[in-house]
Design a protein around this ligand. Structure first.
Ligand code: NAI
Length: 697
């Protein structure tokens, strides 16, 4: 099978990348493109070349797997782009659907670019801790100016063809006949207009550009992301050095970045995310339940957010609740979310109006009858949810899927209430549901594979990162959060302050420390979960378990909403609560917990994280999660775990499992009353295997 197809017509050579599905620019593809360009050069009947991608897209860029062996790589894409520039015949890139990373660099190495309307163009390398190493840091600033180029490379966000045209990244946007337009451009360049060679364009050395470089330099030094800092330095070279020197510098920097732990971790997550969502793209459409209409039951915080997700993906939605007032509040919340999307440029005013036009509301559950997917988001109450699911089971069509957004209840029990359990699944959204990317898909004991595949595909359609979880208390994410918060409260009783705990975990990289998080999401919400957990027969905890959370709630200190919780809230400011030390000391005394004058940040980070990680190994052992990567995807997308550390399980592997075991043993010795410090059996086995491999290596 050819990687590149070549044919000529009317004095034009058409060079097509033909490696489904993404036209990945790996070493073989680059070699094949070299050959095709050379063939066009040698053919005297050929005036110029149209370079395009067959099937789904122009190209999604480099094959990231090749980055695992950086020392075997050559600057092949740089060389290809230089060869194209020196071809003596015009090469025009005809872009459809997307040109990302190396693919955009390749296009920028051509003499002109024509893009199909709606295509996405971008340099997202930074999201993998890398930089564009195919000459992008040199050519893009020459084409669009330093400021725009830095924005594209440091932000990493793709732009659409119209925006790309506005900044000069593409020469023309067309609505049809892409190849014919590209051919016309080749003829124009070959017969009259001079051929622009991007790397020979004058560098953008305006005073604004120099100032922009300095501004970005200060910014990236503060954020300390190696990739962003290296991009700034490469663009600086583009202004001050000969193109050959600057290209060599770019390549050296890229290889250095490939070796960094940050890039390795980000690449791990890149693959983990694809793997976690694999069912969503792998299942054949005819195998799925057709989903045309959605019903959401419960118009509260979650219901309105979930409805927003589906409306914004173009689905008609019926929102159901028991009272008109609740429906009005829900509709207002949806309108506000859509307005915010307009402000952020996610959709236009007209699109937003179309979305809301497809929303209907009703108080009669029978209105769910025509929906293919019903998601219930009523109060977290078992008997209420059972009743709602049971009624829905009688209302909807035979093929319809019934999903529950419960965060703690047993999906199998809810499924049993419907008398059609194979059609029931959990879809656990995170708050705010229209913003958070993570969606745990809870695969019940009886859930049919077709229903699971449909739920995954729907998650993909509404732009969510899906991860499959088995049924258990808290699923993957919240189950691991339990230990993290348990240790937070205990550390407070032992003498750490909320500010110190948050500072330590935020310095580690967590987006938000646990005390701030609890205050924001509501201490009451957490306290109710704790009380429920204590009522459950299988959770035996001593009285100090999550004591701070429970006591604060009992005092009405529910966090941000009540002005005081773990912190005192003064507008946006978080201040220490006046009586926190006295209170925590007296609660500690009540349960015989010794206070210490100082607790190290290292202890805070390790106790909170290892409590979660240990549970993560139990989750794998019980097959609640299929892979460690799935857990990493959950925690980086839903719990603010730093992406550049790859997720909690990846981090555990970086620390080394024997080290993890040693720290667990240390905590187990210090807290014999806490059964959770015993190492998960799977962790113990794997740590021992690690030790053996090491000693025999
Ligand atoms: P909420 O209290 O904001 O909204 C619940 C809504 O359900 C209310 O509008 C209520 O009127 C409605 N409702 C009650 N009984 C009903 C019935 N029989 N028929 C139709 N509507 C009914 O609650 P929230 O926070 O939206 O939570 C809903 C579900 O989502 C719960 O199961 C919760 O555990 C889950 N969840 C909540 C998250 C959060 O952060 N709030 C995150 C993930 C899941």
């Amino acid at each position: 099978m050819n990687l590149v197809n070549y044919h000529t017509k009317d004095a034009i050579a058409y060079v097509a990348m033909a490696k489904a599905p993404l036209n990945a620019l790996d070493m073989d593809m680059i070699a094949a493109l070299h050959e095709a360009m050379d063939r066009a050069r040698r053919d005297s009947a050929v005036l110029g070349v149209v370079l395009f991608g067959e099937a789904r897209m122009f190209s999604a860029g480099a094959d990231i797997r090749e980055f695992d062996a950086p020392d075997t790589l050559r600057p092949a894409l740089q060389e290809l782009c230089s060869a194209i520039e020196c071809l003596c015949k015009p090469v025009v890139a005809a872009i459809h659907t997307c040109a990302l990373g190396g693919a955009l660099e390749l296009a920028v190495g051509c003499h002109a670019r024509i893009a199909m309307i709606g295509s996405r163009l971008g340099l997202p390398e930074v999201s993998l801790g890398l930089l564009p190493g195919g000459g992008g840091t040199q050519r893009v600033p020459r084409l669009v100016g330093t400021t725009q180029a830095l924005q594209l490379m440091i932000g990493g966000k793709p732009i659409d063809a119209a925006q790309a045209h506005a900044i000069g990244l593409v020469d023309e946007v067309v609505t049809s006949d892409l190849l014919a337009s590209a051919a016309a451009a080749v003829i124009r360049l070959a017969t009259g207009a001079s051929c622009r060679v991007t790397s020979r364009l004058p560098a953008d050395v305006s005073s604004e550009s120099l100032a922009e470089i300095e501004r970005r330099r200060t910014q990236t030094a503060r954020l300390s992301t190696p990739a962003q800092a290296a991009i700034v330095e490469c663009v600086d070279r583009a202004m001050k050095h000969a193109p050959e020197d600057a290209l060599a510098f770019e390549w050296r920097e890229l290889i250095k970045l490939m070796h960094t732990p940050q890039s390795r971790a980000l690449r791990h997550l890149f693959f983990a995310e694809k793997e976690a969502a694999r069912l969503s793209t792998g299942a054949a459409p005819e195998a799925l339940v057709p989903i045309r209409r959605i019903a959401v039951v419960g118009a509260g915080t979650m219901g309105s957010g979930i409805a927003t997700c589906f409306l914004a993906a173009g689905f008609p939605v019926v929102l159901l609740d028991v009272a008109d007032a609740a429906l009005e509040r829900g509709r207002d919340a949806i309108q506000r979310a859509l307005d915010a999307g307009v402000r952020r440029g996610r959709w236009s005013c007209a699109e937003s109006a179309n979305f809301i036009d497809r929303l209907t509301t009703a108080t009669d559950l029978e209105e769910a009858a025509s929906a293919d997917l019903v998601i219930e988001a009523v109060f977290e109450n078992l008997s209420l949810k059972r009743e709602v699911m049971q009624r829905l089971g009688k209302i909807v069509t035979h093929d319809a899927i019934l999903a529950t957004n419960t965060s703690t209840l047993n999906v199998d029990e809810l499924a049993a209430a419907t008398s059609r359990p194979s059609q029931v699944i959990g879809m656990h959204f995170f708050s705010p549901a229209h913003v958070m990317r993570l969606l745990e898909i809870v695969n019940g004991r009886a859930t049919s594979p077709r229903v699971l595949a449909t739920a995954m595909a729907i998650a993909h359609r509404i732009g969510k990162q899906a991860v499959v979880s088995g049924v258990c208390y808290g699923f993957i994410g919240n189950r691991m959060l339990e230990g993290y918060l348990r240790e937070t409260d205990l550390l407070l009783l032992e003498g750490a302050s909320p500010a110190q705990i948050d500072r330590a975990l935020e310095a580690f990289g967590m987006a938000m420390g646990p005390c701030r998080m609890l205050d924001m999401s509501g201490v009451d919400v957490s306290a109710r979960v704790v009380e429920e957990a204590q009522r459950r027969a299988d959770v035996s905890r001593d009285g100090a378990y999550r004591l701070v959370c429970r006591r604060l709630h009992a005092m009405g200190r529910d966090g941000q909403k009540s002005g005081v919780g773990y912190y005192r809230h003064d507008g946006q400011k978080l201040l220490p609560v006046d009586d926190q030390t006295t209170l925590y000391a007296s609660w500690a005394a009540e349960f015989g917990i010794a206070r210490r004058s100082s607790i190290s940040d290292d202890e805070i980070v390790h106790r909170c994280l290892l409590a979660s990680i240990n549970e993560g190994f139990r989750i794998i052992d019980e097959r609640v999660a299929s892979r460690e990567g799935d857990i990493d995807v959950v925690w980086t997308n839903g719990y603010g775990f730093p992406r550049h550390l790859g997720g909690p399980m990846y981090q555990a592997r970086q620390w080394g499992l024997p080290y993890v075991i040693a720290r667990l043993e240390e905590f187990a010795k210090r807290y014999p009353r806490e059964p959770s410090w015993a190492a998960a059996p799977l962790l113990a086995v794997q740590a021992a295997a690690n030790e053996t491999t090491r000693s025999t290596a």
